[in-house]
Design a protein around this ligand. Structure first.
Ligand code: TYM
Length: 337
């Protein structure tokens, strides 16, 4: 029997981990895990990464690096299941069943596919189109009930709920829970440092647009110094940030890094310009992210350690997922001779 509260979340090993991944996801994973009221499963989703072209050697390294980044962020591998997706074939097995449950119309509505495929849709891989089905399979292969993610994953999670519900009703069995998104903190959507209307992303061409988790202290400080802002002083209330996306983003980052609300940050800095605010933000970012980056680099270099964690996590994940697949196969009518 699955416990009633089981967390599943995942992250792609493509490009550098960013401050957005940390504040929007990985830090929350570590905190939820520490609460001890959930069973936690965290996954490096290498099969999702290949929906766009990857260099094989880099993919392998990035998989280890992302696992190291999770551990450096406070995820405790002794107290959760931490593994890479391709190690556990049950994800792909369930994804196939979901390919036969989800409808073209549902997937056609996914904004992330439209953004990623761009104008050249004919040339996008089929994998990129059915990406959300694999994501639903990731969660539901464990009957995951809670999914801590950044704001950009909301639509994918709605689809996962739709798939769970459609499966249960197609086969008249109450196999899957409807997983709940957990989107919280002051930085559920960290924006680019160069354009406050675009998400901070590991795939953005300009490195100045993001803080990477492995950036050295001087680089972090320089990126914040050069971050786009406006000439106005900081306002008294968050309403005053409504039309100021860059200012809102930096205040949100400060709030998240210092565990405050944006209102508390404004209470401290209202009336001050960015000349005063940016150095404080840079110091804060360096003090929080610096040690995490150092630990991440140390762990990534220890490939034996990381591979050992992923292997034992993967074995445990398989033990959890196998009975769920058997239940699904039985419901669908696959003969198990
Ligand atoms: P990915 O790899 O793009 O991002 C991993 C996590 O980081 C969050 N995130 C952000 N949060 C706030 N601000 C940002 N700028 C920012 N950028 C990224 C994401 O919301 C995410 O929580 N499809 C997923 C991976 C996935 C998954 C899953 C997640 C695959 N299977 C099952 C949950 C459950 C993705 O591409 O995340």
């Amino acid at each position: 029997m699955a416990p009633t509260r089981r967390i599943f979340s995942g992250i792609q090993p493509s490009g550098n981990l960013t401050l957005g991944n940390y504040l929007g996801a990985m830090r929350n994973w570590a905190r939820l895990q520490a609460e001890q009221s959930y069973e936690c499963i965290f996954c490096v989703v290498d099969q999702h990464a290949i929906t766009v072209p990857q260099n094989p050697a880099e993919l392998r390294n990035a998989t280890r690096e992302v696992a190291a980044g999770m551990i450096a962020s406070g995820v405790d591998p002794d107290d959760c299941v931490l593994f890479n997706q391709s190690y556990v074939p049950e994800h792909a097995q369930l994804a196939w069943v979901f390919n036969c449950v989800a409808r073209m119309g549902w997937l056609n509505r996914m904004t992330q596919f439209k953004e990623k495929a761009g104008k050249d849709r004919e040339n996008a891989t089929v994998g990129l189109f059915v990406y959300p089905n694999l994501m639903a399979a990731d969660i539901l292969a464990y009957k995951g009930t809670h999914v801590p993610v950044g704001d950009d994953q909301k639509q994918h999670l709605e689809l996962a709920r739709d798939i769970a519900q459609a499966f249960n009703s197609m086969f008249e069995k109450d196999i899957f829970p409807l997983p709940e998104p957990q989107i919280f903190g002051a930085a559920t959507r960290v924006m680019s440092l160069r354009d406050g209307t675009r998400k901070m992303s590991k795939s953005e061409p300009s490195d100045m647009s993001r803080i990477n988790m492995t950036d050295e202290a001087e680089v972090i400080a320089q990126k914040i110094r050069k971050a786009k802002t406006d000439p106005e002083p900081l306002p008294e209330t968050t309403d005053g940030l409504a039309e100021r996306p860059e200012a809102r983003n930096l205040v949100g980052i400060y709030a998240a890094l210092s565990d405050q609300t944006p209102e508390q940050v404004l209470a401290e800095f209202a009336g001050q310009g960015f000349g005063a605010f940016k150095p404080k933000l840079a110091d804060l970012a360096v003090s929080v992210m610096g040690p995490i980056g150092t630990e991440m680099k140390r762990l990534s270099a220890d490939t034996t350690y990381v591979d050992g964690i992923l292997r034992s996590g993967g074995d445990r994940a398989r033990d959890l997922a196998r009975p769920v697949i058997e239940e699904v196969y039985d419901a669908v009518g696959f003969l198990r001779p």
